[in-house]
Design a protein around this ligand. Structure first.
Ligand code: AKG
Length: 301
């Protein structure tokens, strides 16, 4: 397989994501693949500038994101700040999250006919920020069928181990599916569940940190164990994560997500593209509202 996404298809500032045979083989073997550039550093810098207003609660479109897990004066300064579905609140975040290039890369790596947005994560680990527990994303997707996810993690700052970058346990996408972990934000031991599972298998996790320049990042399989350590450098880092489902995904008829099943219509398992946009399919379909929305027509999109 060899795919090059042109800059035009990718959208302004989104570098073409080249899924070559080698990239696909590394993803399949390791459960992740690290790439030096996913978006242009200039676009990454513009996304970064949106973090301050977003976490202050200034939402460009007037809509609150689906999850807003850190607020100044309410939450501890040393935990990782997280917003989910920032694309609904901010058009710069949306320009990256809704890019066809990232959807195409996720779909190609997963072997899907297309990709739709499951959720984005706007993540800000502050200086001396505490860890995020190691987990599998697919442990949290039982409310859809098929319960599969492929994700793109983008560094908005240069990342290093000591800055608490994301780490992947190589090959762990083949270790089955575990339940959600006990504590995601600032656990005392971020690798507790992963270590227990690895020990039961007689293995030692091979943790690989994503160390890239601004705009670089990684794609990971929904079953790959990942998380991040304490920022011992005292600098912090910001990231944007785009979690994709297959374009064919439907709501599970019975399993409920406390937040996201609110978008399910009664007696209907189809997922509305307004809330779970389709960003790329091999037949050329892309949710029609996206371009108007990105162009600033969000008031009537
Ligand atoms: O950036 C991190 O520390 C973890 C991100 C994460 O959990 C994810 O991308 O699913």
């Amino acid at each position: 397989m060899s795919v090059t996404v042109s800059d035009e298809q990718a959208g302004p500032g989104c570098a073409g994501v080249m899924i070559t045979r080698d990239v696909a083989q590394r993803f399949d073997r390791d459960g992740f693949v690290i790439l030096p550039r996913i978006v242009a550093p200039e676009l990454a810098a513009r996304v970064r500038e949106r973090f301050e207003p977003l976490f202050r609660g200034e939402f460009e479109t007037g809509l609150q994101p689906d999850e807003w897990n850190w607020r100044p004066e309410r939450d501890p300064a040393d935990v990782t700040r997280q917003i989910c579905n920032g694309w609904k609140s901010d058009l710069t975040i949306a320009a990256v999250v809704l890019s066809a290039a990232i959807g195409e890369a996720c779909a190609r790596l997963a072997g899907w006919p297309g990709a739709r947005i499951a959720q984005d994560n706007v993540l800000w680990k502050p200086p001396q920020g505490r860890p995020l527990g190691f987990h599998q994303d697919a442990s949290y997707t039982d409310w859809v069928e098929p319960s599969e996810m492929t994700s793109c993690w983008i560094a908005l700052d240069e990342t290093k181990s000591e800055r608490g970058t994301i780490q992947y346990a190589r090959g762990s996408h083949r270790w089955g599916l575990a339940p959600p972990i006990a504590r995601f934000h600032a656990p005392a031991n971020p690798t507790e569940e992963l270590d227990r599972l690895a020990a039961a298998r007689g293995e030692t996790p091979d943790l690989v940190p994503v160390e890239v320049s601004t705009g670089g990042g990684a794609f990971h399989h929904g079953r790959t164990w990942h998380g991040s350590a304490h920022d011992t450098a005292g600098i912090g880092r910001r990231s944007l994560v785009i979690h994709c489902f297959s374009s064919e995904t439907r709501f599970h008829p019975h399993q409920v997500s406390a937040i996201y099943s609110r978008y399910k219509r009664a007696g209907d398992t189809t997922m509305d593209e307004s809330f779970f946009p389709i960003t790329w399919t091999e037949t050329g379909h892309r949710s029609p509202f996206i371009e108007r929305y990105l162009a600033g027509g969000w008031r009537d999109a």
